[in-house]
Design a binder for this molecule. Sequence first.
Ligand SMILES: Cc1cc2nc3c(=O)[nH]c(=O)nc-3n(C[C@H](O)[C@H](O)[C@H](O)COP(=O)(O)OP(=O)(O)OC[C@H]3O[C@@H](n4cnc5c(N)ncnc54)[C@H](O)[C@@H]3O)c2cc1C
Length: 328
Amino acid sequence: MGRGFNVAVHVLNAGRLTLAAGCTGGTKRTLGLMTSYAEERVQFEHPLADFEITQRKLSRTASDIYASDAMLGVLASMVDRGDIDFSLEAACAKVFASEMLWRAADDMVQLAGGRGYVKPYPYERMLRDSRINRIFEGANEVLRLFIALNGVQAPAEALKEIGSALRRPLRNLGLLGGYATSRVKLRLGQTSTLDIEVHERLKRHKDYFEKHVAELGSATDRAIIRHREHIIDRQLVLERLANMAIDLFATACVIARTQSLIDERGIEECEREIALCDLFCVEAGRRFRTSRHMLDGRGHEVDDTRRSVAASVRGGKGYFVTDAILDE
Ligand SMILES: Cc1cc2nc3c(=O)[nH]c(=O)nc-3n(C[C@H](O)[C@H](O)[C@H](O)COP(=O)(O)OP(=O)(O)OC[C@H]3O[C@@H](n4cnc5c(N)ncnc54)[C@H](O)[C@@H]3O)c2cc1C
């Protein structure tokens, strides 16, 4: 009796984990199809795979799969432990993997050109089928709020600014990086967080990761001080914090996974995985800095304008400009 909430959370966590796993498998399959198509289709006397824009699609998809796979490994080890609450990590993995699959399916359709859009080719259906993953098991917007509000609550209480206005927190977003790495550490059987010894080749990523963990903590504090109890309604701010946290969790998993492979096989046998790690960490770092810049800089002015334009749209029941070139 009285354990219904726990049971519900357990079911949701398991669902999000399996959905993330399904999306990761689906993206691997999509990448295989993308590769075959890009090698076979010749345009301008070259297979599509020769073109750099195609190569960007293939490489990003591969590095995202690598990150998603690494997150799944960490999550699976947490499940095996049996005594760890992995709701935050499961939400991060679900959001990441479902958006990765959607991007990959979209890239596949684009790569296949006209054939991407029509039957009997399988690509348009892959795009339709992948779409649901961003909606069910918790719509990604709602999961981002869940991730961010979990992170905001602890520092908010520490600052004694807003306390009861927020729903029950789980933990400090600013600590998510350290938290994530302690999970990784459990899997690796080591005793410290990203203080795990990393190979020289990974050191730069580790340094940036640690810097970003600290920056997420201070960005969270500043957001709370600025918005106080209204932080709950500042969804654009929360969304940025969540995006930063998701990329940090993924980065921690990627670095730890790569180090683990280096330990197992030796550095010479890991060049391709290190390239995936490099690509992911650099891209995730760029996304992180963009969000941080929006939080630190004049992002709130853009957000004000968004609210204002949305109010006009609502007031005008849609597009509100009266002398539009195209009438309805
Ligand atoms: C094929 C399929 C299978 C399903 N299987 C199951 C199942 O087995 N079990 C089950 O329980 N459910 C199932 N569902 C339901 C599914 O979980 C819900 O559709 C999903 O959770 C979204 O809820 P909703 O449809 O009510 O959308 P809504 O909650 O109305 O959301 C619509 C949109 O509004 C956004 N939104 C909602 N609230 C907020 C907010 N506070 N801030 C910002 N944006 C917000 C959402 O992100 C979303 O984009 C299934 C759905 C489908 C289509």
